[in-house]
Design a protein around this ligand. Structure first.
Ligand code: ADP
Ligand code: MG
Length: 713
């Protein structure tokens, strides 16, 4: 029975029964403009009511649900502002009482003859069970009791109630007159289901069609159908993404060109002999993977991940020298100038006595120097170029670029790569990251990227002890720091902000510890007898460099700094670190910081202070940090604490956010989708089969532009 006009996908929500202009405006805030939007509004969770009980099954103190009709209701006002609403809910098996204090509006909502589902924890009051402030769902008057249902929970905004959205989505499901586009033909729903079962996912029959899936998502008839509906939609979303990535991979291998840079046993020996140590097994494995990639005539696209200090730079240098051995140039891009200079120094040291020319290009170079470097790069005289992003904007072209290494990938955008492409030839790419990426993310975000991982640290590394400061620790800690300094070690002190001036702290509390104030405090207090330097991002490049050099050479004993040092600074003699205002740092960041004092043979010590009232011990993140030294485990924990949203954020990946899939939870579905996608693209690279028209359209609509799949269309 339908007593409302038919609804089309494009029907504006305003014309749905009981909506109207005001409510339509509120719905628009949730992005709900048409019936279609409602249909594709995915619940963020569900409420699973306890199975409805008979009255004689109720027991005191045990949560239960019960359905019935309101047969008696009364609102008693006592003193002004105080009221009691009581009603009797009755069904075939008996009657219970429900009560609400000081909620007089209940009297309007829970009127005689209403059918309701109540849930709560009953108590015996006299001879009758009583629910105080139960959850109440008003059931449809026209229909039979539906049985206890799983209820969707939608995202809300002001003025839009859960019950509004439930009513509207259900209305659209029931009265939709348009036909929905099915992107997954029956055959694909069958192979998909098989692949999912192979991954151990419980699934009865094939994946449901789109209409059934959406209906079940909004108005589930039971756990099983809800689960297969959700599985179908998650699978679809991940399949579309994996198809895009598979098409892109294929495009890279068949259409893009890079110079093959093969290696021989002799080249290998020549390069490894330059290193003053044995490579670790992990380094060796990563290098072999890179050698295989670089020998091919399409671009390597490899992510080298490893904890701070695991020796990634060495691997990168190997790859760069391999390019040079093949008479090609290589470039290494670092996120900061300080780091670029450090890489430059390392390269120069390793190449001492060789004929290889290394250049450095960064923002602070004088015009003449800069021109010389650009000219050297264009003529090919400079074979290895190190720099910051500045080199992308320098305007110079490489004579024959074979390899591009990007340090700390998360600070670089994907689009910046275009600047390095020349004449239809791409260089090979190696991206280094000290923030390990969970496998599920690597398979999506970096779906067309190969992964090499350094898990072991080079031998002879000092251990790092991490302490959470407790009340009254300040004096003892600075005493400890002085002892280490007297032994000849050096120390970092890290604070979150540069200045304490209020103009600068618009969105933050006034009492954020600033490096400047810490610097003054230490110079006039606990470290007054020591040589203390200050380094932060607002200083000029020359100033920064001279401070860094003073610290590296040992002239400065203590460096007070912001997270400028987070990435990659290498001063092995620095073994003590004090982190102020630590609650403001993320886990990955803290771990990066800690890596700074694990560089040499001496044990490192990190002490974590928070500012304000809170104690480090009370902070989950800081506790995790202190307890766990493994960067990979911390990355997983971070991922769990923050959710995947951060990592999958548009800014990071360039990919649109997931609408329904949750990568950690849906990892098995992801694996199945990836397998199927790869098989489909192998068989039909352009997805040109008739029955895939709609699927292909969706792939291109969602990912075409971002992944440059344009030509496939
Ligand atoms: P990452 O870039 O991964 O943080 P680096 O490449 O900067 O690490 O290496 C950290 C330190 O370890 C450097 O001083 C480097 O010279 C040293 N190192 C790298 N590999 C080895 C090795 N196999 N054996 C001994 N020391 C190594
Ligand atoms: Mg590094």
């Amino acid at each position: 029975m339908k007593d409302h006009p038919s609804i089309e996908l494009a029907t504006p929500v305003q014309y749905l029964p009981a909506v109207g202009p005001t409510r339509a405006e509120r719905l628009a805030k949730l992005g709900l403009k048409t019936a279609r939007d409602l249909l594709f509004l995915f619940p963020r969770d569900y409420e699973y009511p306890a199975p409805a009980a008979d009255v004689d099954q109720l027991r005191e103190g045990v949560p239960a649900s019960l359905m019935g009709t309101i047969t008696d209701a009364e609102l008693v006002s006592r003193t002004p502002g105080k009221s009691l609403f009581a009603a009797i809910v009755e069904n075939d098996t008996g009657a219970v009482r429900i009560v609400f204090f000081n909620q007089p509006f209940r009297a309007e909502q829970l009127t005689l003859d209403r059918r309701v589902l109540i849930s709560g924890t009953p108590k015996l009051n006299g001879l009758r069970m009583e629910f105080s402030h139960p959850k109440v769902t008003i059931l449809d008057q026209q229909e039979d009791f539906p049985g206890p249902r799983i209820l969707p929970i939608y995202p809300l905004t002001e003025g839009v109630k859960q019950s509004d959205l439930r009513r509207l989505t259900r209305l659209v499901c029931d009265s939709l007159d348009s036909e929905l586009v099915e992107v997954m033909p029956a055959s694909l729903r069958q192979t998909g289901a098989d692949a999912l079962r192979d991954q151990g996912i419980d699934l009865v029959g094939d994946l449901p069609g789109i209409e059934e899936a959406l209906r079940m998502l909004h108005y589930p008839s039971g756990i099983d159908s809800l689960s297969s509906a959700r599985t179908r939609l998650v699978f679809q979303e991940l399949l579309v993404m994996q198809l895009a990535l598979a098409m892109r991979r294929r495009r890279v291998t068949t259409e893009m060109r890079s110079p093959p840079l093969p290696s021989t046993a002799m080249i290998d020996a020549r390069i490894t002999n330059r290193f003053p140590f044995e490579l670790t097994e992990d380094q060796r494995r990563a290098i072999d993977e890179i050698r295989a990639d670089m020998a091919r005539q399409f671009p390597m696209n490899r992510l080298l991940q490893g904890d701070v200090g695991s020796g990634k730079t060495v691997v990168a240098i190997y790859a760069m020298l391999l390019a040079v051995a093949n008479r090609h140039q290589a470039v290494l891009m670092a996120p900061t100038e300080v780091l670029a200079r450090q890489h430059y120094d390392t390269l120069t040291r390793i190449l001492a006595g060789s004929r290889v020319h290394v250049g450095l290009l960064c923002g602070s170079l004088g015009a003449a120097q800069r021109r010389a470097v650009i000219e050297g790069t264009e003529s090919g005289e400079i074979e290895l170029l190190v720099g910051t992003q500045a080199l992308l904007h320098a305007g110079g072209k490489f004579k024959c670029l074979g390899l591009c290494v990007i340090d700390e990938q998360h600070k670089f955008g994907v689009s910046q790569r275009d600047a390095l492409r020349s004449g239809g030839i791409d260089p090979h790419y190696l991206v280094m990251s000290a923030t390990p990426i969970p496998r599920s993310i690597a398979m999506t975000l970096f779906g067309d990227v190969e992964l090499s991982t350094l898990r072991q640290l080079p031998p002879g590394r000092g251990k790092v002890n991490t302490y959470l400061a407790q009340d009254g620790w300040k004096l003892r800690w600075w005493e400890f720091v002085r002892e280490r300094l007297n032994e000849g070690r050096q120390a970092y002190v890290v604070a979150p902000k540069v200045f304490a001036s209020p103009s600068d702290t618009e969105d933050e509390n006034e009492d954020v510890t600033s490096v400047e104030s810490v610097f003054e405090e230490l110079c006039n207090g606990p470290l007054s007898d020591y040589r203390v330097g200050l380094l932060h991002g607002r200083m000029g490049a020359d100033e920064k460099r001279s401070v860094m050099e003073s610290f590296a050479s040992g002239r400065l004993q203590v460096l007070v700094t912001t997270t400028v040092i987070e990435v990659g600074i290498d001063v092995p003699n620095a073994t003590v670190m004090t982190i102020q205002g630590a609650q403001r740092f993320g886990l990955a960041q803290l771990h990066q910081l800690r890596g700074r004092v694990a560089r040499g043979a001496h044990a490192g010590h990190v002490c974590v202070f928070t500012d304000g009232e809170s104690q480090p011990e009370e902070n989950e993140r800081l506790k995790t940090f202190a307890e766990c030294e493994d960067g990979f485990a911390l990355a997983e924990a971070d991922f769990r604490l923050r959710g995947p949203g951060d990592l999958l954020g548009r800014s990071q990946s360039g990919l649109p956010p997931m609408r329904i899939a949750e990568l950690d939870r849906d990892f098995d579905i992801l694996v199945a989708a990836r397998e199927i996608a790869q098989a489909m693209v192998d068989e039909d690279p352009g997805l040109n089969a008739d029955e895939l028209v709609e699927l292909k359209r969706q792939v291109l609509r969602r990912y075409g532009e971002r992944l440059e799949l344009g030509d496939v269309a």
